[in-house]
Design a protein around this ligand. Structure first.
Ligand code: FPP
Length: 227
């Protein structure tokens, strides 16, 4: 389906505020992540429904490895459980699952599941859902520079960026009230429209996604040009 020119083809989201959502309710941070993971899946399905072609969610940053072991294990087990439980639904909806990040740092059980769901959905063409996991934007650029240097190829640096299979994000949404990029997709975000909201991620809804798209449609993108 053709979109009007001002519909975002690629939406990327920094899902922030799980911990504060839980704290506000006198609950464990891990409860916030549990609710946040369920919301993430809802938003994947919502994005497909509203006809977004690429959705990228920042689930776990390279810097998140510094968090307590218990919290890391919980986040990774949530990713595994949701992927396991939702793989068939993703496929039925024509959603292709991909990842960006350093999978080499992840436990084998997580990598195996990522591989299974990626393979299972490899023929899906309605939407690409990319999970950024053990991901850092600077790490991605450094790794590309290293590969480029070793390739001896004088052209084509961009193709060594791990997320190069994705078009640049058109719209970046960040929940949780902070107004920063936090090492997410640094190379691709050069001209991305930014949308920040105070709501914590576990309270984010399909309506919020639609509101962000509505605002995006009003933005004038010039890419440095005069138009
Ligand atoms: C940020 O909140 C959130 C994370 C670091 C983890 C997000 C991961 C998930 C929601 C799991 C995703 C799972 C699937 C299946 C996609 P925070 O802990 O930094 O919150 P705070 O800033 O309030 O402390």
């Amino acid at each position: 389906m053709n979109h009007a020119d001002n519909f975002p083809n690629h939406v990327a989201i920094i899902m922030d505020g799980n911990g504060r959502w839980a704290k506000k309710r006198n609950r464990q941070r891990t409860d916030g992540h549990a609710k946040g993971a369920a919301v993430a899946i809802d938003i994947v399905l919502c994005a497909k429904k509203v006809n977004i072609k690429y959705l990228t969610l920042f689930a776990f940053s390279a810097e998140n490895w510094n968090r307590p072991k218990r919290e890391i294990a919980l986040i990774l087990s949530l990713v595994e459980n949701h992927l396991k439980n939702k793989a068939t639904e993703l496929k039925e909806n024509g959603i292709r699952f991909k990842t960006i990040g350093n999978l080499g740092d992840l436990p084998k059980s997580t990598v195996d599941l990522i591989d299974t769901v990626s393979d299972m959905t490899s023929g899906c063409t309605n939407m690409v859902f990319t999970l950024a996991i053990s991901y850092g934007g600077r790490q991605e650029i450094r790794a590309a520079a290293e590969k480029y240097k070793n390739s001896g190829n004088p052209i084509g640096f961009d193709s060594y960026i791990q997320s190069a299979f994705l078009p640049d994000p058109d719209l970046l949404i960040r929940t949780g009230g902070e107004k920063r990029i936090s090492n997410f997709m640094l190379y691709g975000l050069a001209y991305t429209e930014l949308y920040f909201l105070d709501k914590y991620w576990p309270d984010f809804s399909c309506e919020d996604l639609k509101a962000a798209i509505k605002e995006y449609k009003l933005r004038k993108r010039r890419f440095g040009d005069l138009i």
